[in-house]
Write a protein that binds this ligand. Structure first.
Ligand SMILES: Cc1ncc(COP(=O)(O)O)c(C=O)c1O
Length: 406
């Protein structure tokens, strides 16, 4: 028997980090556990009955094609439906500007694969989606985090960081932005902020990766224009997904960009998985054609808005003084800040003993800061679990504050 595989591993194989979130998700199995950790949609939003019918229809009418390989770019019907949907909200794209990927996570991986040489810099938010950061790091990217305020990445800090890296002779490839109901902080960048980031990207000749899985889960306020549609130079690559608006189990997302960059992503996808499931793409295309997506989305938004409100109500009711949180106008998460001396990783261990889980914020800060923050998901659990989970969590935090004060 081989004792260890370590000596066979490549540098990137050795360097891969376990995702704190995936690890915590395993805890969901523990009986009695209430988890606010994963970015899980509520199963109540999965349209099982409609999909049963559509699956039969696809097999009956398009059986052969749906069970065949698809093109790497994706199913034409689905791409057209998505192009139409985007153009209705003001984009001006053709089918050559959109390809299908196996979830947005694959798009993040493929983008890193085609753009990153070891040592290249990616600029991201402090905090930012861990799965994106890990995807970039695997290809040897260095990460430079820019603090966020209530309007997202601070433009002055962004420019300063870019200048500093340039002085050091570092190569920066792209700015990674999650502009709508950001994961993890729940922040949305207003149009003025989006324009400033694009201006800076222009000035320093950088690409922008706009990752926007939560854009359509908006409870209130005006929808902000996509960075893709504000960009006049073709610098933006936009990632979208069905994971939060239909089903993460389908593993289908899409990328919008210039045909030249999409062509490279397609080449990279050919060595990754050849194509995304044709069967699933055809199911989704029919689901959209029948107008079912928009209806289901409305129900999903109403459900999540109710749960966000409920969670905020419980935070107000149970959390001790000096604990603050964001009140996102959409998405799946809110972000809690504890007093500066507190360590959310230590609190997580105690919380798990009390059968309540969250993700410690430090996972999302590429500079290891944010130790007193935590991300809470409000989409997955219903009101009774939210109430009980918040009660447990608040008691762990209150005890910790008391211990520190004694
Ligand atoms: C910001 C962000 N990007 C990408 C993804 C990955 O999404 P998908 O399920 O489409 O791979 C997630 C998932 O939570 C996310 O929050």
């Amino acid at each position: 028997m081989i004792k260890s595989f370590k000596k066979f591993l490549s540098a990137s194989g050795k360097g891969m980090k376990r995702s704190a979130i995936r690890e915590i998700l395993k805890l969901l199995q523990k009986p009695g556990m209430i988890s606010f950790a994963g970015g899980l949609p509520s199963p109540e939003t999965f349209p099982v009955n409609d999909l049963k019918e559509i699956v039969s229809e696809v097999l009956e009418k398009e059986g052969a094609e749906s069970l065949q390989y698809s093109t790497t770019e994706g199913d034409t019907g689905l791409r057209k439906a998505l192009v139409e949907r985007h153009n209705r909200e003001g984009l001006n794209i053709g089918i050559g500007n959109l390809i299908i990927t196996t979830g947005s996570q694959q798009a993040l991986d493929l983008i890193a694969k085609i753009l990153i040489d070891p040592g290249d810099y990616v600029i991201c938010g402090l905090p930012s989606y861990l799965g994106g950061l890990n995807a970039f790091s695997v290809y040897g990217a260095r990460l430079k985090g820019i603090p966020l305020d209530e309007n997202g990445m601070k433009p002055d800090d962004l420019e300063k960081a870019i200048l500093h890296l340039k002085v050091l002779g570092k190569k920066i490839k792209f700015i990674y932005v999650i502009p709508d109901f950001q994961n993890p902080a729940g922040i949305t960048i207003p149009e003025s902020g989006r324009l400033k980031i694009l201006e800076i990207a222009d000035r320093y000749d950088l690409l922008v990766v706009e990752d926007s899985p939560y854009r359509e889960i908006r409870f209130e306020g005006e929808s902000q224009r996509m960075m893709y549609s504000l960009d006049t130079k073709g610098r933006v690559i936009t990632l979208c997904t069905f994971s939060k608006i239909l089903s993460p189990g389908f593993r289908v997302g899409w990328v919008i960009g210039s045909p030249e960059i999409l062509d490279r992503i397609v080449l990279a996808k050919q060595t990754a998985d050849l194509c995304t499931s044709a069967f699933v793409q055809k199911i989704i295309a029919r689901y959209i054609e029948k107008g079912l997506l928009e209806n289901n989305l409305k129900k999903t938004i109403a459900l999540y808005a109710e749960r966000r409100n409920y969670m905020i109500g419980c935070l107000k009711k149970y959390m001790p003084e000096n604990v603050t949180w964001t009140e996102p106008r959409g998405g799946l998460f809110l972000f809690v800040t504890l007093p500066g001396y507190m360590d959310a990783d230590a609190i997580l261990k105690k919380a798990i003993e009390k059968n309540v889980a969250f993700v410690a914020g430090s996972s999302f800060f590429c500079d290891d800061s944010g130790r007193n923050t935590m991300r809470l998901n409000f989409s997955f659990s219903g009101p009774p679990e939210i109430e009980e989970g918040m009660r447990r969590l608040a008691s762990v935090i209150s005890e910790e504050i008391k211990d520190k004060q004694d």
